[in-house]
Design a protein around this ligand. Structure first.
Ligand SMILES: [Ca+2]
Ligand SMILES: [Ca+2]
Ligand SMILES: [Ca+2]
Length: 410
């Protein structure tokens, strides 16, 4: 009897040992197959090759095979790429192999597309990845720009810029900005176009594939008079981008800003501008630049306008501030004197990293920029008298950003 129990105990131990040993061998000798997505830039005419890299998780002394086959997603076999399928073989002691897929070129701009490469039925390996994606970039960053008569779009393709006219606009296009005004995930284009008697702000709905719909237009009915520039920001904190235009006006004394609040309802209807609520603030002084920033640190965007010429009794160009009341109205203008005969561009930034926005203005007739430092007075917008810095000849535009990654320089 006693011997019987010993025998059973030994058998159980042997069975456990055998089972454990088998598991260790499996985990150590059967590698997994992993793959990487492929990325290609579509050629203008020539085909390019999308290369998928397949890698083993560990070396193997056996030949490993796996079936592969392409499958359509937004890219179509025979139209955008050549269908491919077969058996990929990885020789012993080799850890990588590739699958190549031909992607066709064409000179027609379109949206980015993708297809799949499916892996199946591995031999002597397991699948760590079963579906890879081939990404076909139709274009990288697009740019749009305007000349006096046209609005053009260029995009980077196969190492070169190619372009097309978007729209033949009239008037002098002086600025252009991109924003998703209707919040459909596609950038829209807005352009102020100045003309002596027929100024417009053009608003193009983006289709998301590089093309735009026929524009809607704001004209003098909406206080557009000689628009020089515009700024975009959410003035009423409702999530929809609003915009402000600096109108030079036909006369120096009738310069204004017009403030358009985006109501979020459909407004991309040709001939219509419903959805925006537009009000004008007559400032005189020939506004040229406009910037949106929280100048009094109360949590909403305020408006800073650079004005190029004097009016009335004033002998110098001005910066005019419109503080946001937080209820879709703006307080009376606050004037900052530049002491100069001409101011043009304006931007706001926290130059000192103190949590308060300062202002910088270009003084075109002095070859200088002027910085108004925020005096950091709670509940008001209070700025220093301004400090001049010499720059190149006849400065007009100004943009601010952290270009060198150093946010504070002492
Ligand atoms: Ca849009
Ligand atoms: Ca808004
Ligand atoms: Ca504010």
């Amino acid at each position: 009897m006693g011997g019987f129990y010993v025998f059973r105990v030994l058998l159980a131990c042997a069975a456990l040992f055998s089972l454990g040993y088998a598991n260790i061998v499996d985990a150590g000798t059967i590698p997994s197959l992993y793959g990487r997505d492929a990325y290609v830039l579509k050629g203008k005419t020539a085909s390019v090759t999308a290369i998928f890299n397949i890698t083993l998780s560990s070396p193997s002394n056996q030949t490993i095979t796996v079936n592969y086959a392409t499958a359509n997603d937004t890219a179509t076999a025979g139209v955008n790429y050549t269908a491919a399928s077969g058996i990929l073989s990885i020789p012993p002691n080799t850890r990588t192999a590739t699958v190549s897929v031909t992607v066709f070129g064409n000179n027609t701009p379109g949206v980015d597309k993708q297809f799949f490469l499916d892996l199946s039925s591995p031999v002597n390996a397991t699948l760590g990845t079963s579906r890879l994606t081939g990404h076909i970039s139709d274009s990288t960053t697009s740019i749009a720009f305007s000349d006096p008569l046209n609005i053009q779009r260029y995009w980077f393709q196969s190492g070169d810029f190619v372009g097309t006219n978007l729209y033949p606009a009239t008037g002098a296009n002086r600025d252009m900005r991109l924003a998703d005004f209707d919040m459909d995930g596609k950038l829209d284009l807005i352009i102020p176009a100045s003309h002596s008697y027929d100024s417009h702000v053009w608003l193009f709905k983006g289709n998301g594939d590089g093309s735009f719909r026929e524009p809607v237009s704001f004209s003098s009915t909406y206080n557009v008079q000689g628009p020089n520039s515009l700024a975009i920001g959410d003035l009423n904190n409702d999530g929809y981008p609003d915009y402000v235009v600096a109108n030079g006006g036909i006369l120096v004394t009738d310069g204004s800003v017009h403030i358009s609040l985006n109501g979020g309802s459909p407004f991309f209807v040709v001939g219509g501008v419903g959805g925006f609520t537009t009000t004008a603030k007559v400032l005189g002084n020939y506004p040229t630049g406009v910037a949106l920033a929280d100048l009094d640190n109360d949590g909403d965007l305020d408006i800073a306008v650079s004005c190029n010429r004097q009016s009335g009794a004033s002998s110098t160009a001005k910066v005019i501030l419109l503080l946001n009341n937080g209820d879709e109205t703006f307080a009376d203008p606050i004037e900052l004197d530049t002491g100069s005969s001409g101011a043009y561009g304006i931007a706001a930034a926290d130059f000192r990293n103190l949590g308060w926005n300062d202002l910088i203005v270009t003084l075109e007739n002095e070859n200088k920029v002027l910085v108004f430092y925020n005096m950091r007075t709670a509940g008001s917008a209070s700025f220093s008298a301004g400090t001049r810095y010499s720059v190149g000849s006849y400065p007009t535009g100004v943009a601010v950003g952290d270009l060198d990654g150093i946010s504070i320089r002492i």
